[in-house]
Design a protein around this ligand. Structure first.
Ligand code: PGA
Length: 236
């Protein structure tokens, strides 16, 4: 039985002060049956880990794949491992805006694992790819390349159809389950948790997470407000 996990992806939102207020609020809740993780901006990680109850996990939203050196503006696994249990790699915004490809995602996942941080590896098709019937092909390629030489039992996967991210238009539970089942077949692991991401809200969380191969959610917009995030956690 895979334990559900709800992961907040705050993206480029929340000051350290706001992150701490969120932590103080969520600390009051005892009744989650799922794992909960907050992926915060780098500058908030240390303080968040101090304030957040130990029942909850902290994660980063990105790392660089080199150990150290002349990489202006980058953050290494060594720098964050004291605070972070997880790191998101290959989010579609990183892929699209910052031009990260599957090879980069693969290197980032590997350096995270090397330092004992669990990577949350994101994949998903664009609207154009879906409409031209290429979803399975894209998902297959992303899995093959971004998970090359990686022990899939040591990671978390996230399926995030790009057309559902930040659009308010979530995949239906059936649409999502179809791809989650495909991902599970492709990675060949019953143990690996596969999260769904893309316009998850308290109202649609339950239906999604009741699906056999949906083991949790990666939540953007609805994770910024503590009440709606808690609503999702309670539905997991
Ligand atoms: P959203 O974002 O929940 O705002 O759609 C999800 C994500 O990008 O991880």
């Amino acid at each position: 039985m895979r334990k559900k996990i709800v992961v907040a992806n705050w993206k480029m939102n929340k000051t350290v002060h706001e992150a701490v207020s969120f932590a103080n609020e969520i600390n009051k809740y005892q009744d989650f049956r799922c794992d909960v993780a907050l992926c915060a901006p780098f500058v908030a990680l240390s303080e968040l880990r101090n304030v957040l109850d130990k029942r909850f996990h902290v994660g980063a939203q990105n790392i660089y794949f080199e150990e150290a050196g002349a990489y202006t503006g980058e953050i290494s696994a060594t720098m964050i491992k004291k605070f972070c249990r997880f790191v998101i790699v290959g989010h579609s915004e990183r892929r699209q805006i910052f031009k990260e490809d599957d090879q980069v995602v693969n290197k980032k996942a590997k350096i995270a694992l090397k330092h004992g941080i669990t990577p949350i590896v994101c994949i998903g098709e664009t609207l154009q790819e879906r409409e031209s019937g290429k979803t399975s092909e894209v998902v297959q390629r992303q899995i093959l390349e971004s998970l090359k030489d990686i022990d899939v039992t040591q990671i978390i996967m996230a399926y995030e159809p790009v057309w559902a991210i930040g659009t308010g238009r979530n995949a239906t539970p059936e649409q999502a389950e179809e791809i989650h089942a495909l991902i599970r077949r492709l990675i060949g692991s019953e143990k690996t948790r596969i999260l769904y991401g893309g316009s998850v809200k308290p109202e649609n969380a339950k239906g999604l997470m009741q699906q056999k191969n949906i083991d949790g959610a990666l939540v953007g917009g609805a994770s910024l407000d503590v009440k709606s995030f808690i609503g999702i956690c309670q539905n997991a």
